[in-house]
Design a protein around this ligand. Structure first.
Ligand SMILES: [Mg+2]
Length: 381
């Protein structure tokens, strides 16, 4: 198996969404096609991090294409994504991972798509075989990451949104918090629960926008709700603040979508007060050096006594879905109706009672996501 070409393009995500920290008015993402002599693999760099084509073109694509193809192969004669990452890391100074973990991870994920297609298997199956999945389920829990702030009629639109998700077959969702006053945010919580019911089906996400004092105030008000989790209450690398909050807030906390390498996760587990019996880890695979690196993070969590059932990868897309199913994680996120072509799953995947069935298409399955695949195909034409 040999890489012939790698193409990338920046695509606007086009969204008016807003969370507590920023809006998506300028958001872009990179779509990537890894064209091999066996199959073409595709990926995009998930949502929330801008397109990263410049470093792909300048460093990572030339390094891969200049490698002796034999040196990138595994024992099965197919490209070993871990070897491809090692090659892309040539001449990279240690540290500064966020600057390269997204472009490298996106290319790595596209390589997995090509490898799975070369095997004629869905990626989830390939990952389960490669990394071992003790409890392969035939359905995957899926929750909605939504509840963004609306400039007008926020409460009414929020309740409409909750009804829409329930009608579509979801049972659990997450809404934004920290973008308004505490009283106003609690009104959103109450409005959501009035329709959703069980607070264990509702999580809130502060998008790392709070300082410790503010997070403490929110935590004190949120605790009696006993929500499913309180996500990114404090700054991304404020491990000490996270630990302080974890010491006083009894229900689950969640974090990880802005951690980009194994050392970041190790630091969270060592110094962040992450409670292995309840807290939730949410790294985004294509943004964090790719799927092989993600699998190592899951392994580290388990080595420390945690459970993969409390790993919910960020990113409501087919990539995170394949990783969730393949590794037997707790569940995955969905973004129905937002982020344009980049939202959601294959067109024929619909949740029933909060569960998604496993698709049988080879690879990640972008081919069955018509609008997105049209963009990807333009790249490889
Ligand atoms: Mg989040």
């Amino acid at each position: 198996m040999k890489i012939l070409q790698i193409r990338e393009r920046a695509v606007p995500v086009r969204s008016s969404l807003r969370n507590a920290a920023f809006d998506f008015g300028e958001m872009t993402t990179s779509i990537v096609a890894v064209i091999t002599d066996r199959a073409t693999g595709y990926a995009f760099n998930s949502t929330g991090r801008y397109a990263c084509g410049a470093s792909m073109r300048d460093r990572f694509i030339p390094r891969l294409l200049s490698a002796d193809p034999e040196t990138l192969l595994g024992d099965d004669g197919l490209i070993d994504p871990a070897k491809a990452v090692a090659r892309m890391m040539t001449r990279e100074k240690p540290g500064g991972d966020a600057e390269r973990s997204v472009p490298i991870g996106t290319i790595e994920t596209a390589i997995w798509d090509a490898v799975a297609k070369a095997k004629g298997q869905p990626l989830w199956r390939v990952l389960a075989d490669r990394y071992g999945n003790p409890q392969m389920a035939d359905k995957v829990p899926c929750y909605v990451g939504g509840g963004w702030y609306q400039p007008e009629n926020d409460l009414a639109l929020l309740q409409d949104e909750v009804r829409r998700h329930l009608d579509a077959g979801y049972t659990a969702l997450k809404i934004k918090t920290g973008g308004l006053s505490l009283d106003a945010d609690c009104r959103r919580l109450d409005a959501t629960l009035a329709i959703l019911g069980d607070a264990q089906n509702l999580a809130v996400d502060a998008n790392a926008a709070m300082d410790l004092d503010r997070a403490r105030a929110w935590a004190a008000r949120l605790a009696p709700y006993n929500l499913r989790w309180f996500e990114e209450p404090v700054g991304v690398h404020a491990y000490g603040d996270f630990a302080e909050l974890a010491a006083s807030y009894s229900p689950a906390l969640a974090t990880g979508e802005n951690l980009f390498c194994l050392a970041d996760v190790d630091n969270l587990l060592r110094f962040g007060g992450f409670r292995l019996d309840r807290d939730v880890l949410q790294v985004d695979p294509p943004q964090a050096y790719g799927i092989d690196s993600f699998a190592k993070m899951v392994g580290l969590l388990e080595t420390r006594g945690g459970s993969r059932r409390r790993v919910y990868p960020h990113g409501g897309n087919m990539m995170s879905f394949a990783v969730t199913a393949g590794l037997g994680l707790g569940g995955c996120e969905a973004y129905p109706g937002v982020f344009g072509a980049f939202a959601g799953y294959a067109d024929d995947m619909h949740p029933e009672n909060g569960l998604l069935s496993l698709p049988d298409a080879p690879g990640i399955g972008f081919e069955r996501q018509k609008e997105l695949f049209a963009l990807m195909q333009e790249l490889s034409a």
